[in-house]
Write a protein that binds this ligand. Structure first.
Ligand code: 1GP
Length: 255
């Protein structure tokens, strides 16, 4: 079964999935492995590994350690074309469609493609949209692009539909790691009602209740980074997992 099929299967069985973002710039060695183990025990559905900065070769080391310890899908969430490794199961093959930076629309993808093939990791084509979160984030700065305004859902919808027509498999609505405000339920609902693509929502989600609201609004997968790294106790991760999966189950039970 491909990683993409596994992700879709999660959504089918649970109504929604919880993904953890592990950032090798923030935790490494034993720390990142322990966090991955806690996620697996708490029934998190997949691990994203990467960051918008990633200043070192820590990615490879982190992936090796994590792959040796957990059986969850381990997916690279790349900030650029040098964040590729043979030790992952898959890579979110992102195109930053909300921006007009040609390097991030197609340039980095061209650099990465031959290596992805050589390593035999699964590329999952993903339309990546940065949504304004109230203050500048690292992803905005590093990508040199403007976010889409929260107040213009029609713009977000048109971008999302373009991703679908281009044949992308997933859509990621991103407020930015550590964002002041997460992507609003309003935008999530509008986009979800307009396209058929599975929707990932992440950035600035701070509580289990907030994560559940994203699922209720239409998110298929919720990504949590900072909230696990700062206070990633087993109980905290478990609370997020239960909230997302409960909201997913509720959604499935509705006609
Ligand atoms: C960032 O969406 C992810 O790409 C996670 O964001 O670190 O704010 O949870 P946080």
């Amino acid at each position: 079964m491909t990683v993409f099929a596994r992700l879709l299967d999660t959504r089918k069985r649970k109504g929604a999935g919880l993904w953890a973002l592990l950032d090798p710039d923030r935790s490494s060695g034993k720390g990142i492995v322990e966090l991955a183990r806690r996620c697996e025990r708490a029934d998190v559905d997949a691990l994203l590994v990467g960051s918008s900065l990633l200043l070192s070769s820590k990615l490879e080391e982190a992936l090796k350690l994590i792959k040796g310890e957990v059986s969850l899908p381990v997916i690279i969430f790349p900030g650029n074309a040098i964040q590729i490794s043979r030790y992952a199961d898959a890579i979110l093959y992102l195109s930053l469609i909300s921006g007009r930076n040609p390097d991030l629309l197609i340039g980095e993808q061209v650099k990465a493609a031959p290596l992805i093939r050589e390593y035999g990791i699964e590329p999952i084509s993903t339309g990546y949209m940065i949504i304004d979160s109230g203050s500048p984030t690292a992803v905005q700065f590093m990508s040199n692009t403007q976010p889409l305004p929260q107040t213009k859902p029609d713009l977000a919808k048109a971008h999302a539909l373009a991703a679908q027509y281009l044949g992308m498999k997933l859509l990621y609505l991103e407020a930015g790691s550590g964002a002041k405000n997460s992507v609003s339920e309003g935008i999530i609902g509008e986009v979800k009602g307009y396209v058929d693509l599975p929707l990932i929502v992440g950035g600035g989600i701070k509580t289990p209740e907030e994560a559940a609201r994203k699922v209720e609004a239409g998110a298929d997968f919720v990504v949590i980074g900072n909230a696990f790294e700062k206070t990633g106790s087993p109980e905290r991760i478990e609370a997020f997992s239960q909230a997302v999966h409960r909201a997913g189950a509720d959604k499935m039970s509705k006609p």
